[in-house]
Design a protein around this ligand. Structure first.
Ligand code: FES
Ligand code: MG
Length: 592
């Protein structure tokens, strides 16, 4: 699509820089931008001012190379007739922020909303990478509704250790089990982990980072093929340049997130998440983006639109390969091409390219069938999330692709009903309690136990922790039992491969059914009926309720308290309650 030479409407930034009614204020708005060499002519030229929301810093190593990529974004913006202004966003480093980076997603969202609304921007390039950097940016873009485009940073190069592929996160979970089984030393554990991170970029597995960037592309918010290009490849710098150019054109054509973030686009994203074997964190993040976009999306949509979609990407943790090979096989467009041919994608969705999704996907069939499977010969049928409910929670999800045959054999409750499981609950109050007690010989955990963790949801933790993927006691691992089913009101890492029922809502700290469970209770899981229940009668549950909720830690910082006062549950995206009343706010200008 060609772009007009002049914008469709008067630019928002002109209210700051070229406003005849406020000549005195204009001087004030302009003068300090001059002190690094910008000229008044530039800012008053009527060219769009394009923000570069810079998520990279030493504190977000996964996104740090955006500091360099931004130079190419600036070139693209300038060449297309815009003016770049780069600014920092709140850092979100998944692995390091305590108690969890999830606590800060809404803080980063709030910060970005204020910046985009309160400063003279006409459009914005959202630089994304590490897990929460993508949803927080899209949530803010949806609220403000300025023309916006996502530039993913891309995954690290593939990691190798002793001739084998080692993927970020996934290798940690695997090495933990090998350490517990006495197969490797602590030094080997560390070396393997370090080898999984060989270059700049975000996690190279299909963890939450790769998933969320794939989802940004599936939603139509980034250029075609953007998500999977490895961070150090030359193509990454080239797409940074094109993204900068395209940001200016979006302003000229007045294409906004509200044109792109439709219900159809969100349903496409759910389907893509199944086909790539995406992270369970996609559930709350996609819900949060939908809420801020004003799009109706429910927990049931995950099962209705996503469950039947097969797994097509042979990428860890559900498959064998890593980001580089996935990119060379065609990346997200090749996955979407399969879905489109099979009639499981809405190709009419508009995108930031100015074209519809099916136009973007022309000629994008995979060239590597070892890594991206044809829809008719997938890695696995029905690879989406199951949505469960019962007396332990109203909503929880399960990534059924992680259920092993061994698990099925151990937990079958009734012969012939192959998806009904039963086991005895062992309840932990958060991860400290789990780590302190899991190897206690007095705890009678065996191969038919179910590990339960609570106090790990948005209010309990606070922020909601990635702790549901609990490892069995060392003695069971040494005996060959490498995983037990787990249930929790927390999340789990997108790189984990545990058969978990997670993201339970309402959480224990909000009075959800998990709060009333006791160690020794029997739990029945019926995947046919989507049910998960403690086999405890109503009278007994009522008695336990009288004892009150399990204790949670007090808030340690002001934001923790504010977060707890405002956060919704995971099934609603753990958004800020009421923040979704604010939509398309850039259509009104802030006061002077
Ligand atoms: Fe940042 Fe995985 S820790 S992308
Ligand atoms: Mg994570």
């Amino acid at each position: 699509m060609t772009s007009p030479d002049t914008p469709i409407r008067r630019l928002r930034s002109q209210d700051w820089f070229d406003n005849p009614d406020h000549a005195d204020l204009t001087a004030l708005y302009l003068e300090r931008f001059m002190n690094y060499g910008t000229t008044p002519e530039e800012l008053r030229s009527g060219k769009p001012i394009i923000g570069i929301a810079q998520s990279g810093s030493d504190l977000t190593p996964c996104n740090r190379h955006h500091l360099d990529l931004a130079k190419r974004v600036r070139d693209g913006i300038r060449d297309a007739g815009g003016i770049p202004i780069e600014f920092p966003t709140h850092p979100l480093f998944e692995n390091c922020k305590r108690p969890t980076a999830a606590l800060d997603r809404n803080l980063a969202y709030l910060g970005l909303v204020e910046l985009l609304f309160g400063y003279p921007f006409d459009g914005v390039v959202l630089t994304t990478g590490c897990d929460k950097t993508t949803p927080s940016a899209i949530m803010a873009a949806a609220t403000v509704d300025l023309p916006a485009i996502v530039l993913s940073g891309g995954p690290m190069l593939d990691g190798w250790h002793e001739g084998k592929l080692v993927g970020s996160g996934t290798v940690i979970w695997q090495s933990r089990r090998r350490l517990a089984a006495g197969e490797i030393s602590r030094d080997e554990f560390l070396e393997t982990a370090l080898d999984s991170a060989p270059s700049i970029g975000h996690c190279n597995t299909m963890g939450t980072a790769s998933t969320m960037n794939a989802i940004a592309e599936a939603l139509g918010m980034s250029l075609t093929g953007c998500a999977a290009i490895p961070a150090p490849y030359r193509a990454r710098g080239q797409i940074a340049y094109r993204t900068g150019q395209r940001a200016v054109e979006l302003v000229m054509q007045d294409i906004r997130p509200s044109d792109i973030l439709t219900r159809a686009a969100f349903l496409n994203a759910i389907r893509v998440n199944s086909a790539i074997g995406g992270s369970t964190n996609a559930q709350p993040h996609l819900m949060a983006m939908a809420r801020h976009a004003g799009v109706e999306l429910t927990s049931d949509d995950w099962q209705a639109y996503g469950y039947d979609i097969p797994l097509l990407a042979n990428v860890q943790p559900s498959g064998a390969y890593l980001g580089e090979r996935f990119h060379r096989a065609g990346g997200v467009p090749a996955i979407m091409w399969e879905l489109l041919q099979a009639g499981h994608l809405d190709g009419s969705c508009p995108t930031v390219t100015g074209q519809t999704m099916d136009e973007n996907l022309k000629g994008r069939e995979s060239t590597d069938r070892e890594v991206i499977k044809p829809f008719a010969q997938p890695m696995m049928e029905r690879a989406g999330f199951l949505v469960l409910s019962g007396n332990l929670f109203d909503v929880a999800i399960m990534k059924t692709s992680a259920i092993s045959d061994d698990f099925r054999a151990r937990y079958l409750s009734e012969p012939g009903r192959e998806n009904t499981f039963e086991g005895t609950a062992f309840v932990f109050e958060g991860s400290e309690d789990y780590h302190a007690r899991i190897n206690d010989p007095a705890l009678d955990i065996d191969a038919s136990s179910i590990l339960v963790i609570r106090g790990a949801g948005p209010l309990g933790w606070p922020g909601s922790a990635e702790v549901t993927n609990m490892q069995p006691p060392d003695r069971l691992i040494q005996a060959g039992i490498r995983s037990l089913p787990t249930i929790g009101d927390g999340r789990q890492s997108g790189t984990a491969d545990s058969p978990s029922i997670l993201n339970a809502a309402p959480e224990s700290a909000a009075g959800g059914g998990l709060a009333w469970l006791r160690t020794g209770d029997r739990i029945r899981i019926d995947l046919n009926e989507g049910q998960c229940n403690m086999l405890v009668d109503e009278a007994e549950i009522a008695k336990r309720k009288a004892a009150g909720l399990p204790e949670t830690r007090p808030s340690a910082t002001p934001w923790q308290r504010l977060y707890r006062e405002t956060a919704t549950q995971l099934d609603e995206g753990a958004t800020i309650r009421g923040a979704d009343d604010f939509q398309r706010i850039s259509r009104t200008l802030p006061r002077h």
